[in-house]
Design a protein around this ligand. Structure first.
Ligand code: ZN
Length: 67
């Protein structure tokens, strides 16, 4: 994998990848996004929703288009 470093569009500082998870009932929602520590700029990468189904864990994936 090539390391494409993203920079904050506002101030040019490197963006960090942040994983954040929260539990909502039986579903765990995971948000993955870039964040600038300096100004708080945030760009969503993807979101996962993990829930328990009849045949095990069900993972739904939501991608954000980056443009
Ligand atoms: Zn910034």
């Amino acid at each position: 994998m090539s390391d494409r470093e993203l920079k904050c569009p506002k101030d040019g500082n490197p963006l960090l990848v942040v994983y954040e998870s929260e539990k909502i009932g039986d579903t765990t929602r995971v948000s993955i996004y870039y964040k600038c520590q300096v100004c708080g700029f945030r760009r969503d990468i993807e979101r996962l929703e993990i829930s328990r189904g009849e045949q095990g864990l069900v993972v739904k994936k939501f991608l954000y288009s980056s443009s």
